[in-house]
Design a protein around this ligand. Structure first.
Ligand code: 5AD
Ligand code: FES
Length: 350
């Protein structure tokens, strides 16, 4: 007798209604452990036991947006703002390169100080010095022409979580932002040729199992190259302070479903998972994740990049995180891969 989970494992496809039914099955611990096993086997089939390492540079916490959940929202007067100069960003990459990293993820709030010209200069410096490294941008919404210019300047990957695939929930969490524009940005990035990362938070206030099924169904239809999924962790300087937040257990289920619905995606074990549970990242790796993103930001600014509170590693040097993560991966029975680790879902444009 086969059931929905077997069908998911064999075909990597379910309808939205089937996803809802399969999510309901997760109340039974036996089904849940079978889900994790199927997700792990799917990941092993495509990526083997390797875990790709990405060096994360959080280069500015200025943001023009006001997302209700985020600690660096424009309206948070208590946020201590910083911007790294282009040379400082390059210095982080240099340190990362020496530690073996071959992917740099440049992340910031939506900070318009970094014009396309400035970003192009930064990309030129990084790609000039480290031509064998991949650069991923995570800088939010821009226009099509800006995305095109940044791609030409050498950025080959772009992370833009969809945050939630429910229009209603999206609009309640993102004042003055448009759900349609978010989706349009994701489509444009894909068309331009980027490896594109989508993803969502688990445990948002008002989020139901049906909403989560919508997220998984969206991922299945969009087939992103990368998928970032993390628990929502309330921040006390935001309108959502005091709300419950997501759990590691529920997030792990989403990670495993994402692996099964988008088998070849690069799927990180997120820092938010490690922040809620000391073993959170290891658990995510065992549930189908194949990427980790240790921090390369200068320790002087680490604490200031607080999207949520109690984030791990804010006091740790890049070299420490590099070693720590490697040890954690090995102890979990997996292997570190310092290569570029392009997504198998993605075909280089001709
Ligand atoms: N808790 C967890 N994740 C958060 N993010 C932003 N704020 C929070 C929070 N309070 C996530 C968003 C964003 C990513 C960079 O961090 O999904 O896309
Ligand atoms: Fe930073 Fe473990 S990854 S200390």
């Amino acid at each position: 007798m086969t059931d929905l989970l077997d069908q998911l494992f064999e075909t990597h496809s379910l309808t939205k209604d089937e996803i809802i039914d399969a999510l309901r099955m997760m109340e039974d611990p036996q089904h849940k452990s079978r889900l994790f096993d199927y997700a792990n086997r799917t990941r092993l089939a495509h990526y083997g036991p390797r875990v790709f390492m990405r060096g994360l540079v959080e280069f500015s916490n200025y943001c023009r947006r006001d997302c209700m959940y985020c600690g660096i929202r424009a309206g948070n007067r208590n946020a201590d703002r910083y911007r790294l100069a282009p040379e400082d960003i390059l210095a982080c990459c240099r340190e990362g390169y020496e530690l073996g990293y071959r992917t740099f993820v440049l992340q910031s709030g939506e900070d318009m100080w970094y014009t396309v010209d400035r970003l192009t200069d930064i990309l030129g410096m990084i790609k000039g010095e480290f031509p064998d490294a991949a650069v991923t941008l995570s800088i939010g919404e821009r226009s099509r022409s800006e995305y095109e210019a940044l791609y030409k300047a050498g950025a080959e990957r772009f992370l833009l979580r969809h945050e939630t695939a429910s229009r209603e929930l999206y609009e309640s969490l993102h004042p003055n932002m448009s759900f349609d524009n978010r989706m349009e940005c994701l489509r444009m990035l894909k068309e331009i040729g980027y490896q594109v990362g989508a993803g969502f938070m688990v445990g948002l206030p008002g989020q139901t199992l049906e909403h989560l099924a919508e997220d998984l169904d969206f991922l299945h239809r969009f087939q992103p190259d990368m998928i970032g999924i993390g628990p929502f962790i309330p921040h006390s300087d935001t309108p959502l302070k005091g709300s419950k937040g997501g759990t590691v257990d529920n997030t792990l289920v989403m990670v495993a479903f994402a692996r099964l619905l988008v088998p070849k995606a690069n799927l990180p074990a997120t820092t938010a998972m490690g922040s809620l549970d000391p073993q959170g990242r290891e658990k995510a790796i065992k549930a189908g994740a194949n990427v980790v993103m240790p921090n390369l930001s200068p320790t002087s600014v680490r604490e200031k990049y607080a999207l949520y509170e109690n984030k791990i590693c804010t006091g740790d040097e890049a070299a420490h995180c590099r070693g720590c993560i490697e040890m954690r991966i090995k102890v979990s029975g997996f292997e570190v891969d310092m290569g570029r680790g392009d997504s198998l879902n993605w075909q280089e444009p001709v």
